[in-house]
Design a protein around this ligand. Structure first.
Ligand SMILES: [Zn+2]
Ligand SMILES: [Zn+2]
Length: 351
């Protein structure tokens, strides 16, 4: 039997299939000698969470959802020497990564085959407490709030995929397809890296909230593709050359194809979004003839987390502007619905 104090509230995807998600009383995680227990202070709802609910992303049920979070350490395992109770932390989601394979030892635990990511493969942060192995932690700088820190993961994805893998050069013209949280963060990340001109595109349903924020953030060109032809617009803005880099953050097969058309010869396509489709047709020969480089990186790694925290702390990236609403765990259904309809940019759960 568990005493009342061993229990906590958590949002659990308890069965395979569409929906089957509820707020439950579950037992509080018990840490091993190399783990820490974290009291969750803020957790962001991600597109991935919506995919999990609809059975469109890999997960193991039952699982407590949530992988974008910040919190305070309340307990440390006996072998953990470098962390103390009371420290403010964020955690990379690569739980389960083996730490001994070639990928782990070369700094790529995010693509380790043993990884069982927090919030889908192992219990996550839409709960009062979450446990993680201490090697995945990063300290939150003093000037960064728990709410802002909860967005470290999506910023780290932008840093890893665009800056570390694709590469940005000062003066680049960058087209970002898709104005979701990742697209809006990507636009700020490439600006911080010296891009001279940034365009972001969305559709009519994005105009009132996401594209409006894009304009407020000072993104150079904000395009509604239901009203303007995106490929011609990019050609026109680049003297018919094309974009140096196209960042695909929409997951739309149409946009993925347009990326090939709007990137310049010798340009680069950076994939940031998964697509719901199992396969997407791409103009392979056009890609070769234009000499395009495509990067298909996944997730984020240690260096991108450190850089993301620096960018947030130095205010080079305004993460607060994306945090439209805060919800209690009890109000999770309403929060998820707003995110799914595109009426919230980043909704935070505050357990
Ligand atoms: Zn996420
Ligand atoms: Zn490994």
């Amino acid at each position: 039997m568990h005493s009342e104090s061993d229990m906590m509230k958590a949002i659990v995807k308890y069965n395979k299939g569409d929906s089957f998600t509820e707020l439950r009383e579950v037992t509080r995680p018990v840490i091993d000698s190399e783990e820490v227990l974290i009291e969750v202070k803020a957790a962001g709802i991600c597109g991935t969470d919506i995919h999990i609910i609809h059975d469109e992303f890999k997960y193991s049920a039952p699982v407590t959802m949530g992988h974008e979070f910040s919190g305070e350490i309340v307990e440390v395992g006996e072998k953990v020497k470098e962390w103390k109770v009371g420290e403010r932390v964020v955690s990379e989601p690569h739980t389960g990564a083996c730490r001994v394979c070639r990928l782990c030892r070369t700094g790529n635990p995010q693509i380790c085959s043993k990884k069982r990511p927090i919030g889908s493969g192992t219990d996550g942060a839409f709960a009062e407490y979450v446990k993680v192995p201490s090697w995945l932690l990063h300290r939150i700088p003093e000037e960064v709030s728990f709410e802002e820190a909860a967005l470290t993961e999506p910023v780290a994805i932008c840093v890893h995929c665009i800056l570390e893998k694709t590469g940005i050069e000062a003066g680049d013209f960058i087209a970002i397809l898709g104005p979701g949280p990742i697209g809006l963060l990507a636009a700020q990340v490439v600006k911080s890296a010296g891009a001279s001109c940034v365009l972001i595109s969305g559709i009519s349903r994005d105009v009132n909230i996401r594209l409006k924020l894009a304009s407020e953030l000072g993104i150079d060109y904000v395009i509604n593709t239901d009203e303007e032809d995106l490929v011609s617009k990019v050609r026109q803005l680049t003297n018919d050359t094309g974009a140096d880099v196209v960042v695909e953050a929409s997951g739309s097969p149409l946009a993925i194809n347009q990326a090939f058309q709007m990137v310049r010869r010798g340009g680069r396509i950076s994939a940031l979004g998964m697509t719901k489709e199992e396969k997407v047709e791409i103009p392979w020969n056009m890609g070769i003839m234009k000499g395009i480089e495509i990067t298909l990186p996944f997730s984020s790694g240690y260096t991108s987390w450190e850089k993301a925290l620096d960018l947030i702390a130095s205010k080079k990236i305004n993460v607060a502007s994306l945090m439209s609403q805060h919800f209690s765990l009890e109000a999770w259904l309403r929060a998820f619905a707003l995110v799914e309809k595109g009426q919230a940019i980043k909704a935070l759960l505050i357990p």
